[in-house]
Design a protein around this ligand. Structure first.
Ligand SMILES: Cc1ncc(COP(=O)(O)O)c(C=O)c1O
Length: 354
């Protein structure tokens, strides 16, 4: 029989989260960021579910955009990392892509390529983006080479910390360097849309919130409306009783302090469950939340069901989803929800629900 571990993807939740983002920025466009296989939810199915509602999509790479074109996705596609070689720029042009220009060296490559551009300004992230002082020159050179410039953007380094003033510093720099250009502007990621109204602009670029996860480590009221789109599900494949003093799993990382009932679940780090999840990480078994105990193995985890007797082989398990927030699992694993969602491995089938 087939192993009962799967990522159930609720496309209706993604559409609802998109609609919610639209209500937060009624005067701006919402550009879904669906890079990294739509944050693990499946690039093409997510694009197909949203295509009728959106003005465009953003992905990280030319390859991701070409995959969407091959699936007949017809809206504008923005490549956030841009292209760094002439061959990649020309390939982008052949597919009618929009390339992020984030370095002066990219400008001449766009001439005659057929690709159009967004221009990214570095206001403090110091990862990608041109120096604000060179903005005028870059736009002029692009337009002189007949490259259409759709928008000017920047990316926020600390928007997920609602009390961090660095966001204001970046907003100020951006506003200063873009004054006087008659071009649409774009600043906000999910955290900007949710917590920094001043960052909402003509184009807004949510990723994680579309998948129903919060970008914040702390409680933020505006995230309550979000509907988790992935339910990472599995089942019990063994149940045993342990005497007090017996340990569980590799490295004996957990020892029973009382007679205990231990369930073994069919998902491990080779499925994308985090190897660093510690004792106490919440797991939903049936309708009860129980603590993970012992080390995460390649294909399995173990859970202490002593306080919830009666479980048996085949009982359903939610590793994260509508009941167990992915960020709770991340917090027990020294990582962030983004990494967990994008890290569900190909061996886990995605099952789509409309
Ligand atoms: C340039 C850019 N814009 C928007 C996003 C979306 O960010 P988030 O998923 O936090 O909304 C990303 C993701 O990293 C990004 O790199």
């Amino acid at each position: 029989m087939q192993r009962n571990t799967a990522a159930h993807i609720d496309l209706g939740a993604i559409r609802a989260n998109y609609a919610y983002a639209c209500t937060l920025v009624p005067d701006g466009k919402i550009l879904p960021v669906i890079k990294a296989d739509a944050y693990g939810h499946g690039l093409v199915p997510v694009a197909q579910a949203l295509e009728e509602q959106v003005p465009a999509f953003a992905v990280a790479t030319v390859e991701e955009a070409v995959e969407l074109r091959k699936a007949l996705i017809g809206v504008d596609l923005l490549v956030l990392e841009g292209a760094t070689t002439r061959a990649a720029t020309e390939r982008a042009g052949r597919h009618g892509l929009v390339l992020m220009v984030h370095a002066e060296s990219q400008v001449d490559m766009l001439h005659g390529s057929g690709a159009s551009a967004w221009v990214k300004v570095d206001t403090g992230m110091h990862r990608l983006g041109i120096d604000p002082e060179t903005l005028g020159d870059v736009i002029e050179r692009l337009q002189a080479g007949d490259v259409e410039v759709h928008a000017i953007c920047t990316h926020l380094a600390c928007a997920d910390e609602p009390d961090n003033d660095f966001t204001r510093v970046q907003l100020e720099r951006f506003s200063k360097c873009t004054a006087g250009y008659d071009l649409p502007l774009s600043i906000a990621n999910s955290a900007g849309i949710l917590a920094w109204p001043e960052s909402r602009a003509d184009w807004n670029r949510p990723g994680i919130m579309l998948f129903g996860a919060s970008p914040f480590a702390s409680e933020v009221e505006a995230t309550r409306e979000l509907r988790p789109a992935m339910r990472f599900a599995s089942e019990i494949i063994a149940v045993r009783e342990l005497e007090a003093g017996r340990s569980v799993g590799y490295g004996r990382r957990w020892t029973a302090e009382r007679p205990s009932i231990i369930a073994t679940i069919a998902a491990g780090y080779a499925d994308g469950y985090p190897r660093h999840a510690g004792n106490g990480t919440p797991v939903l078994v049936g309708d009860q939340v129980a603590p993970l105990v012992g080390a995460v193995s390649m294909d399995m985890i173990t859970v202490d069901l002593t306080d919830h007797p009666g479980a048996s082989i085949g009982d359903p398990v939610e590793l994260w989803g509508p009941t167990i927030p992915v960020n709770d699992v991340a917090a027990h694993s020294d990582t962030i929800g983004y990494q967990l969602l994008t890290g569900v491995t190909p061996r886990v089938p995605r099952i789509y629900h409309n």
